[in-house]
Each structure stands twice: as structure tokens, then as C-alpha cells.
Ligand binder design. Structure first.
Ligand SMILES: Nc1ncnc2c1ncn2[C@@H]1O[C@H](COP(=O)(O)OP(=O)(O)O)[C@@H](O)[C@H]1O
Ligand SMILES: [Mg+2]
Length: 354
């Protein structure tokens, strides 16, 4: 597992990359800095065109940044000459969305391919392939050709090939984006399993927050070549700060207030107010009967508009929307009291709230 005190396995500082076409130069990366702890599974999420693939390709210098530095496992990649870079790249595996398998080669032949390129002798290649096949659950398909494999099996080959040279870092570019949801789960479970067994550091990019929620411990959200938010997955999911992140998160955990709800809520009585509150429960306070107790203590009507309980990794959380009716000072006191219990309470606008 990741140890926050250990030096980063991947350290990116101020990466900028421009593409020059006929028109004005296009800035695909605009000052990106990231740190990935060893043993971590770090997700980069963003819409198509955000710069995710360009960033990932900068890690092994398939793409050379115009400015900034890349360090992997303590080695500054941006300072290496071609020979040293080729050597350093063997410590970094890469998995692709469309597998990129050689159709005329068997499963074993595809897995052995990078070892052939590196000039590893045949006997050693075969021994390594024999180790990798069971690791990815493909012993029985050793001599099959890619056309005979399912999408999930093809990606297992892609993962085994990426692991052939015993890398310490694995880069995954939309590794599950061509797969159905069930196969996605299998492949994510496999990635987690090999991270644990081989003590890898994984940097994966995806446009799906569900992938981040399923497997990552930290996440960075990219938009227009920049990182707009990053942190622990639990924190980013439960307290997204940037509006784009809030939209991404809502795709996975839903809107706190389902559309149309506010229009159906009763109006407050004369002299009272109606406030819509979003309450986040995380940790021990989640078991307390907060709603009924707040209602009694402060003389409020508290209607639960929506709620859900979920977990990210091993951490449970609950998210609830409450319509609070009562005199404004009583509502304010109830909010303070809930915050005092360690709950995260925010007033939300209603229909647009994510
Ligand atoms: N080799 C290239 N030449 C010109 N433009 C590129 C090149 N590679 C990427 N881009 C542009 O940079 C932007 C980011 O691309 P990319 O990193 O592939 O985004 P993502 O992986 O997030 O979808 C896109 O607008 C893309 O068109
Ligand atoms: Mg991409």
C-alpha cells in the first residue's frame, strides 16, 4: 500500500506541452505537477481532449515536455540521453485502451515481444512468459491468437506484456474503456491484485469516475491541460471543490437532490424559512440519529429529501439532503450543532446542486 512518507515513485513538475500545427500553437499540457506515492494507484480523470494521454506519455517520455521535469523512481527522465532513457523505460510498463496486440502472434508470442526487442535469450523469455500467464489467468490460452480472444482476455495479454520486463511502474491509458462493465471490474481487480503482488505503482487515466472510485486511492482531475483538483479519492468524491469535479462525481454517486424535488416541497409557514441542507456523514457520526435529535432539540421540521450510503475503499459515507423548516436562528443553531458532531453541512441551491 502507499506510504505517504516515502519519496514519490512518479514526480511531475510544471509540465507543459504544446502542439504546433498550421494555426496558433495548442497547449495540451499547461503546467501540470503531480506526485504519485510508491505502491499507490493514482487516477487521472478528465473529458476527452483534457490532456490525459499526453500527460501519461510524458511519464516515459514517449512525449517530450516543452518545459518541466519528470522523475520516475528517483531518476530524472528528462535529463537522460537516449540510451539511458531506453533502459529507464524498461522499468515502466504501459497498457493501452485498444490492447495493441500483434495479430500474427500467439498470446505467448505477444507477451514475449518486448523481451525479444530487449535481446533477452529465448529460454529466459519462455521462463518469463510461463510466470506471467498464470498471473493474468491465461495459462489455457497460451497458443491462441488475438482474434480468438475476448476483449478482457486481450487486455490480460496487454497487461502481461507490460509486466514482461519487471517494471516497477505501470501506466494505463483507458485500459478498461473498450470493455463492458463486468469485464472492466475483472480487469480492475487484476490490476489491484498485481499491484499488491508485484509492489507496483500504477498511474491510470480514464474518463470514467466509476473506475477511479473502484480502484484508485488518489485522483487528479484534468481540464484543458491543467489539474483543477486532486486529492484522496474519498475526499474528492465526498467534497468536490471544482464545478467540473462536482459534475464528474454526480455521474457516479448521483445528484444529492434529484431533479424536480424542490418544486414538490411545501412552502414554509409565515415567519419560518425553508433551507435545503446537504449533510455528509463520514466515520463514526454516521450511526447517530442526527435528524430526529436535531428536530427535537431545535424545534425544526426536518424532511429527508434524498439519501444514500456508500463506501469508497473501506471508508463508508452517507450523503443526505434535508429540507429544514423553522425560524432562521433555529436552523442556524441546528447546522452548528451538526457541524459540532463532525458532520459536513452545506446549504445547497436545489435543482442545480450536484
Ligand atoms: N500529436 C499531436 N498533435 C497535435 N495535437 C495533439 C497531439 N496529441 C494530442 N493533441 C491534442 O492535445 C489535446 C489533448 O489530447 P490528449 O492528451 O490525447 O487528451 P485526452 O487523452 O485527455 O483525451 C487534444 O486537443 C488533442 O487533439
Ligand atoms: Mg486519451
Amino acid at each position: 500500500m502507499s506510504d505517504p512518507a516515502a519519496p514519490p515513485a512518479i514526480l511531475l513538475r510544471g509540465l507543459t506541452r504544446e502542439f504546433r500545427g498550421r494555426g496558433a500553437p495548442f497547449r495540451a499540457l499547461d503546467g501540470v505537477s503531480l506526485e504519485v506515492a510508491p505502491g499507490g494507484i493514482f487516477g487521472i480523470v478528465g473529458r476527452s481532449g483534457a490532456g490525459k494521454s499526453t500527460l501519461l506519455r510524458c511519464v516515459n517520455l514517449l512525449e517530450r515536455p516543452d518545459a518541466g521535469t519528470v522523475s520516475v523512481l528517483g531518476r530524472e527522465m528528462t535529463a537522460l540521453d537516449e540510451a539511458a532513457l531506453r533502459e529507464a523505460r524498461r522499468g515502466i510498463g504501459m497498457v493501452f485502451q485498444h490492447f495493441n496486440l500483434l495479430s500474427a502472434r500467439t498470446v505467448a508470442g505477444n507477451i514475449a515481444f518486448p523481451l525479444e526487442i530487449a535481446g533477452i535469450p529465448r529460454a529466459e523469455r519462455e521462463a518469463r512468459v510461463a510466470e506471467l500467464l498464470p498471473l493474468v489467468g491465461l495459462e489455457a490460452r497460451r497458443d491462441a491468437y488475438p482474434a480468438q480472444l475476448s476483449g478482457g482476455q486481450k487486455q490480460r495479454v496487454g497487461i502481461a506484456r507490460a509486466l514482461a520486463s519487471r517494471p516497477r511502474v505501470l501506466l494505463c491509458d483507458e485500459a478498461t474503456s473498450a470493455l463492458d462493465p463486468e469485464t472492466t471490474e475483472e480487469i480492475l481487480a487484476l490490476l489491484r491484485d498485481i499491484r499488491d503482488r508485484l509492489d507496483l505503482t500504477v498511474l491510470l487515466i480514464t474518463h470514467e469516475m466509476a473506475v477511479v472510485k473502484a480502484i484508485c486511492d488518489r485522483v487528479a482531475v484534468m481540464e484543458a491541460g491543467r489539474v483543477i483538483e486532486q486529492g484522496r479519492v474519498f475526499d474528492v468524491f465526498t467534497r468536490p471543490a471544482h464545478p467540473t469535479t462536482r459534475r464528474f462525481v454526480a455521474e457516479v454517486i448521483g445528484h444529492v437532490v434529484p431533479p424536480g424535488t424542490v418544486a414538490r416541497l411545501p412552502a414554509p409557514n409565515a415567519g419560518e424559512e425553508r433551507r435545503l441542507l446537504q449533510v455528509l456523514f463520514a466515520g463514526p457520526s454516521s450511526t447517530r440519529a442526527v435528524v430526529s435529535e436535531a428536530s427535537r432539540r431545535f424545534g425544526l421540521d426536518l424532511n429527508i429529501v434524498s439519501g444514500r450510503i456508500d463506501a469508497i475503499g473501506a471508508e463508508p459515507y452517507g450523503l443526505m439532503a434535508l429540507a429544514a423548516y423553522g425560524p432562521p436562528p433555529a436552523i442556524a443553531e441546528a447546522v452548528d450543532w451538526m457541524r459540532g458532531l463532525g458532520l459536513d453541512v452545506a446549504e445547497i441551491a436545489g435543482e442545480d446542486a450536484a
